[in-house]
Write a protein that binds this ligand. Structure first.
Ligand code: NAP
Length: 525
């Protein structure tokens, strides 16, 4: 399959920009043809201007019609075949087993949203009947309009052109304009073709999907500033997410930005847990820190323990295992440079000890950073917020606390995270409850005796958290509830039945679950 290096705008390819960049193989640092064209401002405009009328058409589509489209996208992604896996492997170094699993997760997300739409209850129809002194009020969820999506570098399938942000925005009924990640432009082009085929086969408007290539911040900034965009989904760095959030706020008409950014994912290990299963925890922790060369937003970057001989033995065991684990491939040069600079900043603090690693593997043929373990004190963490920076790679920091009070004070000082984890024993439940709920305040997901890497795509999943983990802690970017980032509730007061949308009509013609005067029911009024 011949790659073009062009942008994909509402069903047509386009390459008006003179600036180009190349796909790089992180294992060899070699570039590959073709040249990919940065989108121009005019191309960004065209993509959004096609999405606006597409939305005017799509907002009239039934949920089942959109569900058919989502199923078609999943089939088209599968139809790309092995070249998708090989291309993504060449551009990310993530390996075929991981990518095969990620592709299944990606198509699974589209099919799960299709099932959600066919059930219908996701529209959340709520009816309060008219009573003396109170009008009839009926509300349900509606799509917001064209959405800008920023693909992440570390999940070329599941958080990229066809990732969860795109799937949830399309499921909501919103056209998307995706800013592809410059780390995997060829993979992105393959996905764009699959979307194009799905749009054509299902007879959706051409502006339902566009994809813009870009290496540098201009394309993203133009996209967010465009008046036709109504919301933004982003996964990436704190710096990038914050810049896009600020750009959206500077617009004459600000829009919401759902950015999922950095996280150190604190793990607390009690003395009881160490006494009963230190070896198992060390193995699990090292697996979690080094999985995907540590390039997960849920990587455990902060391990909190109380000072003791058992804690020091545990830190030594984790350090030895990290030393023995092979150094993995980093996704691209920007990630390698970013990791090196974050670790340098941390090392500059005199309270930091490097137990192993701490530097880039310069002589390597591939982008590589040594597996790294650092140690510091609880008081150092409380004295310097910069020590809470995310080290996006195979790096962790042990925080040794003097006692239980010191540990609690340090948890209080933590910034927002995607996850927090606690390893403890059943006998400690009476003592640990307050600490667990203190950790709850700092994260979107609390894990008991497990490891944070690995995010199940299920109804109850919460992948979000207080800033700086996200810009919208009330939302999730994984799981079915991700759809509500791109919908908004609208209430109808005393509107006559024939003018109400079907989910709110007296007779409930769609037969979907509704909350009627406080009772969940599928019955007609
Ligand atoms: P990134 O640098 O934030 O880039 C993400 C996307 O945003 C790219 O398309 C990038 O394209 C664009 N972008 C970045 N800064 C921008 C700005 N100021 N204005 C407009 N667009 C901007 O993220 P990344 O390359 O995926 O990874 C870098 C770092 O992000 C990692 O080292 C890690 O710390 C963090 N990260 C976190 C997660 C997570 O899930 N929380 C996932 C991946 C990475 P351009 O460069 O072309 O502008």
């Amino acid at each position: 399959m011949q790659l073009t290096g062009k942008n994909y705008i509402a069903g047509a390819t386009s390459a008006e920009g003179a600036e180009t960049f190349f796909s790089v193989d992180p294992r060899s640092k070699q570039t590959a043809e073709p040249a990919f064209h940065n989108a121009t401002n005019a191309e960004v405009d065209r993509a959004v201007e096609a999405a606006v009328p597409a939305f005017q058409e799509m907002r009239n589509y039934s949920s089942s019609r959109i569900a058919d489209f989502l199923d078609e996208v999943a089939a088209q992604i599968e139809g790309i075949g092995g070249i998708l896996l090989d291309t993504a492997d060449r551009e990310t170094g993530l390996g075929l087993p991981r990518l095969t699993g990620e592709r299944a997760r990606t198509t699974g997300q589209f099919r799960a949203f299709a099932a959600l739409l066919r059930d219908g209850a996701y529209l959340r129809p709520i009816i309060n009947s008219e009573e003396p002194g109170q009008p009839s009020i009926r509300q349900m969820q509606f799509p917001v309009g064209p959405v800008a999506i920023f693909a992440a570098s570390n999940f070329p399938f599941a958080f990229a052109v066809a990732g969860g942000d795109t799937a949830s925005a399309l499921a909501a009924g919103c056209p998307v304009v995706v800013k592809a990640h410059p780390g995997h432009p060829a993979t992105s082009e393959l996905f764009a073709r699959a979307f194009g085929a799905a749009v054509e086969r299902q007879g959706f408007p051409a502006g339902t999907f566009s994809m813009l290539q870009g290496n540098g911040h201009d394309v993203g900034q133009w996209l967010v500033a465009h008046e036709g965009i109504e919301a933004v989904g982003f996964t990436g760095s704190l710096r990038g997410g914050r810049a896009i959030y600020d750009a959206a706020a500077r617009r004459p008409r600000p829009i919401p930005v759902y950015a999922e950014m950095g996280s150190v994912n604190p793990v607390v290990i009690t003395q009881g847990a160490l006494a009963s299963r230190a070896d198992d925890i060390a193995d699990g922790l090292v697996g979690s820190i080094t999985m995907g060369t540590g390039q997960f937003c849920t990587n455990p970057g902060f391990i909190l323990l109380q000072e003791s001989a058992a804690s020091q033995d545990f830190i030594a065991a984790v350090t030895a295992k990290m030393q023995a684990a092979p150094a993995g491939v980093l996704l691209n040069e920007a990630i390698a440079v970013g990791l090196e600079s974050a670790v340098e900043q941390t090392k500059a603090n005199p309270e930091i000890s490097i137990l192993t690693g701490g530097e880039a593997v310069a002589e390597s043929d591939y982008f590589c950073f040594s597996n790294t373990v650092m140690q510091t004190t609880a008081s150092a963490i409380r004295a310097d917020d910069r020590l809470q920076v995310e080290h996006f790679g195979p790096v962790t920091l042990f925080v040794v606390c003097d006692d239980a009070d010191d540990l609690r004070a340090t948890v209080d000082a933590l910034e927002g995270n995607l996850t927090s984890t606690i390893h403890a024993e059943a006998e400690e439940l009476d003592d640990i409850g307050d600490l667990l709920h203190q950790l709850r305040e700092k994260a979107g997901r609390v894990i008991w005796n497990g490891f944070p890497t690995g995010v199940a795509v299920v109804q109850a999943m919460q992948h979000g958290g207080p800033y700086p983990a996200t810009t919208a802690p009330g939302t999730t970017s994984v799981g079915m509830n991700a759809i509500y980032r791109f919908m908004r509730p609208i209430a109808f007061q005393n509107v006559p039945d024939p003018l109400l949308p079907d989910p709110l009509k007296d007779g409930n013609p769609l037969g979907i679950m509704r909350l009627v005067d406080g009772v969940n029911t599928v019955e007609a009024l």
